[in-house]
Design a protein around this ligand. Structure first.
Ligand code: FAD
Length: 510
């Protein structure tokens, strides 16, 4: 007898989204997580000193609040509270000032001087249409698009290399630098086609929905999602690292929140040779070198306006950011890396003891790098905040191997589930349509190695689960927060035991 309609392996944001979508449609769903806690790349932990809460991976959530699926869930009922700093991000410059991107497009544009009108022209249509656009952008190749005109307008700008778009649209080094910092989230050379898309999406989010953080830590997002899933009747098991599909209980659909390398290990010869070859050829991208700090005071920014934003981009000019990202892509470690920094405790004092602060920072490094980039990252912070080092009470570092130990989805430290260039953004993880399906009719992929790729948005999971539901003949719910299935009351047969060789993972550390 089948106990479960669906089994989801991996409780990252996408696994949770898939599990909820299935449970909303009335499917008896089991969610299995290998680590000792759910959340994947969206967890918090006391990495430094007692009383300090750090986000181990994801820290800022413009994609979560843009996600049509997450937006429709009653997550506030499960304790999720969003904190919106006055500005989305600050980009300090060497002349001592900083460009601050606030919700107001006009206020932001004014700081860009002669580039102000061009910034307004670039962002305004995207900001105005962001809610509609997010439905097409946060999914598989939208054929046909739900919102053709906004998507066409976006696409005509998005296909450009970020550097070319910045240099054609803006004249000042501040305008160039601001766009370069936004686009560098792609972890691609800024000369690569489609990198403008990342700058446009993150810029549009900043003005349309903000770049918020959950009160208490990133881990509050998966906690709220898991609570909601359980309320729908779903079951969660942690500490079970699945090594083979044969371990799983019988189900009509199995969804893997895993990247191609792990899918190959789990499914092995069950997959046809052609598809296996494609998964084996899947390209992983740069990794992250991650630092967390406990500080005895706020970061002493030279440009005080940096304190208005949680996120601060440290890379100076477009030329410098482009050189750093190009070096990483070529397998080198930049002396002046582009550093993404978040100062949560300025806006969420619950994350540190009174008067103390946290700092979250990372830079891109070549895939598999075990280099210690602490000195380079701290030099970049000191450049814009002299005296930062004197505020450090404790630090915690993770190179790419530590990230991969913490979460096996970070293959070589790649935090986007694979390179997100034009060759692989929509054809991830293989040239197989729909991308969430595999040649095994009941096996689906739902991780960030499927469209729309990396980030905490859950849309890979949502789209994969909808496909599975359609194939099971169930009506897939569509962003429907009121479609709550009744909780299951029958216990069903006993679950196969997790193999004794599956140790609980999940403790971060180099
Ligand atoms: C340093 C860093 C900073 C980031 N910052 C941001 C940010 O600010 N904002 C943002 O939106 N995104 C950010 N990200 C990216 C974000 O964390 C990921 O894109 C997102 O978590 C992907 O979700 P997912 O569900 O696809 O996979 P994951 O979150 O990776 O979840 C996969 C889950 O599967 C589990 N698993 C793996 N193998 C097995 C197995 N064999 N059996 C059982 N379970 C298994 C893992 O333990 C994990 O819990 C960041 C990532 C890093 C590393």
């Amino acid at each position: 007898m089948t106990r479960y309609d669906a089994v989801v392996v991996g409780a990252g944001p996408n696994g949770l989204a898939a599990a909820i979508t299935l449970a909303q449609a009335g499917c008896a769903t089991l969610l299995i997580e290998g680590a000792s806690a759910i959340g994947g790349g969206c967890r918090s932990a006391a990495l430094t000193l007692p009383g300090f809460v750090h986000d181990v991976c994801a820290a800022i959530q413009p994609l979560a609040v843009s996600s049509p699926f997450f937006r429709a869930l009653p997550l506030a009922e499960h304790g999720l509270r969003w904190i919106y700093p006055p500005a989305a991000l600050a980009h300090p410059l060497d002349d001592g000032r900083a460009i601050v991107v606030s919700r107001s497009l006009d206020e932001t544009a004014e700081q860009l001087g002669e580039d102000g009108p061009a910034y307004r022209r670039l962002m305004r249509p995207l900001v105005a249409q962001w809610t509609a656009l997010s439905e097409d952008v946060l999914g598989p190749l939208p054929l046909p698009p739900r919102h053709p005109l906004p998507l066409l307008r976006f696409g005509l700008r998005a296909i450009w290399p970020a550097r070319m778009l910045a240099e054609r649209r803006f004249r000042t080094s501040a305008g160039h630098a601001l766009f370069a910092g936004l686009a560098a989230h792609a972890a691609l050379p800024l000369e690569a086609p489609l990198t403008a898309a990342f700058g446009l999406v993150l810029g549009a989010c900043a003005h349309a929905v903000g770049w918020p953080m959950p009160e208490g830590g990133a881990g509050r997002i998966p906690e709220a999602l898991a609570d909601h899933f359980r309320r729908l009747g779903g079951e969660v098991i942690t500490g079970w690292e699945v090594k083979s599909l044969d371990e799983l209980p019988t189900a009509r659909a199995v969804l893997l929140d895993l990247t191609p390398r792990q899918v190959l290990a789990l499914a092995g010869d069950r997959l046809p040779a052609g598809y296996r070859r494609q998964l084996a050829a899947y390209r992983y991208g740069p990794g992250a070198f991650k630092l967390d700090y406990a500080l005895d005071g706020p970061i002493p920014w030279r440009a005080p306006e940096c304190a208005q934003a949680a996120t601060v981009h440290l890379g100076g000019t477009l030329e410098e950011i482009a050189a750093a990202e190009r070096a990483v892509w070529q397998g080198r470690h930049p002396e002046q890396p582009f550093v993404l920094l978040v100062q949560h405790t300025l806006f969420d004092p619950s994350r540190a003891p009174a008067g103390r602060h946290t700092c979250w920072a990372y830079c891109h490094v070549p895939n598999g790098s075990t280099a210690d980039m602490t000195a380079q990252v701290e030099a970049q912070i000191e450049r814009f905040a002299p005296g930062f080092r004197d505020r450090i009470l404790a630090r915690h570092a993770m190179h790419t191997a530590a990230l991969a130990r913490y979460n096996p989805n970070y293959v070589g430290g790649d935090f986007n589930g694979g390179v997100q260039d034009w060759r692989q953004l929509y054809t991830r993880p293989a040239r197989h349509w729909p991308p969430y399906a595999t040649p095994i009719p009941w096996l689906y992929l739902c991780s960030s190695s499927t469209p729309p790729g990396g980030g905490v948005h859950g849309m890979c999971g949502y789209h994969a689960a909808r496909l599975a539901l359609r194939r099971m003949g169930a009506a897939p719910p569509q962003y429907n927060p009121f479609h709550h299935a009744p909780a299951r009351t029958d216990p069903g047969p006993a679950l196969p035991r997790a193999p004794a060789s599956s140790p609980a993972r999940g403790a971060p550390g180099v």
